[in-house]
Design a protein around this ligand. Sequence first.
Ligand code: HEM
Length: 401
Amino acid sequence: MEYSRTIFEEYHIDEDVGFALPLPLEELPHPYDAWISIARNLPELIKNNQLRMEVEKLAMLSIDDLRGHRAQRLGHLVLGYITMAYVWGQGDGDVRKVLPSNIAVPYCKLSEKLGLPPILLYADCVLANWKKKDPSGPMTYENMDILFSFPGGDCGKGFFLVSLLVEIAAASAIKVIPIIFDAVKREDSDTLQKALLDISSSLRKALDVFSQIHEYVDPNLFFNVLRIYLSGWKSNPLLSEGLLYEGVWDTPKKFAGGSAAQSSIFQCFDVLLGIQHTVGGVPSDPAAEFLQEMRTYMPPAHQSFLLSLKSRPSVREFVLSKGNAMLQETYDQCVQAMVALRNYHLQIVVKYILIPASRQSKAESSIEDLEAESKGTGGTNLMDFLKTVRGKTVNCLLKEH
Ligand code: HEM
């Protein structure tokens, strides 16, 4: 099937790991190894207050010898880690508003080459930040590790790896997408129904994997440490003007922080199932605008994939037009699986952001006040945003459940 070949070749999607980068590189050749050694010792350098000094000593490197997609992705990942560490320092509010040119210039050139913004992205710290301990072993938490860490012990490993494993669990459903479009084209309801069953079962597996977050991520470390290093400089009062990339631009630039809202996997099934966050292609509210903006933080090939899905015949319209109760029920199971993922995610946000925020808040704020005030690493008013997105998903169910 032509579309199947295109998905896996043209859109940089892997049969096994989906949107994740298959077999990320772990080392860069000299002279780029200087970046790797800082990124690898980040927590130690931050603790000893040496990180900023080491960064300022780095030679300005041309990126011309950084050849091949995997080397460039590793370069983007390590420069992202170094930049976050440089800006946020010890995470105590002593922030830097200028990124020195010896790091800013190669970082922005490399970002331009990859078509990505110059800030640590989900595509870096989750999709390109992993390895298997035993290369012939399974893709399980126990047999995997991350390549680079922030302060906060194993909290980062838990957050990044669980996100990656959710991606990979849902990735098995990507293979089914060409079958779905082919079935719609041939008006073959039986094949479509089987394919939709595969999708709902992969999404349910993803939900299962999601629950590992409780085992591996500590709410206080997440809220008080890791979250700081993932924060961006857009809608962030600590860097209200943005970050000045010295030697690149004359004025500061604003970029949103790393968030799983930059993952393509949920947006991919939204588009496939016709869960619309836009009206006539235009974002209909701030939540939709944010989701649309987050696409610009995804690798360009993945953005093109989402656009290509949108240009295909509507699966939802086809299911509606057939009036086949079994087919409609199976379609609803897929939407229901997306609702379940978003419900679960909302509970996680309460546990990992709202509750720790309420403990920290000196004034006796209620959860409702905190809901209204809290911002995610991407800079959203997070509960409003997440509830709107969930609401749109629920509205897509054909029957009330
Ligand atoms: C400790 C765990 C997590 C927390 C605290 C958390 C928090 C958040 C927050 C605050 C947002 C709002 C956007 C922003 O401002 O960043 C968000 C969005 C989002 N997150 Fe998470 N998240 C967690 C884990 C995950 C995982 C494991 C996934 C799946 C890979 C995920 C997928 C998403 C998606 C897809 C969105 C966009 C909204 C949507 O499409 O429903 N999150 N998350």
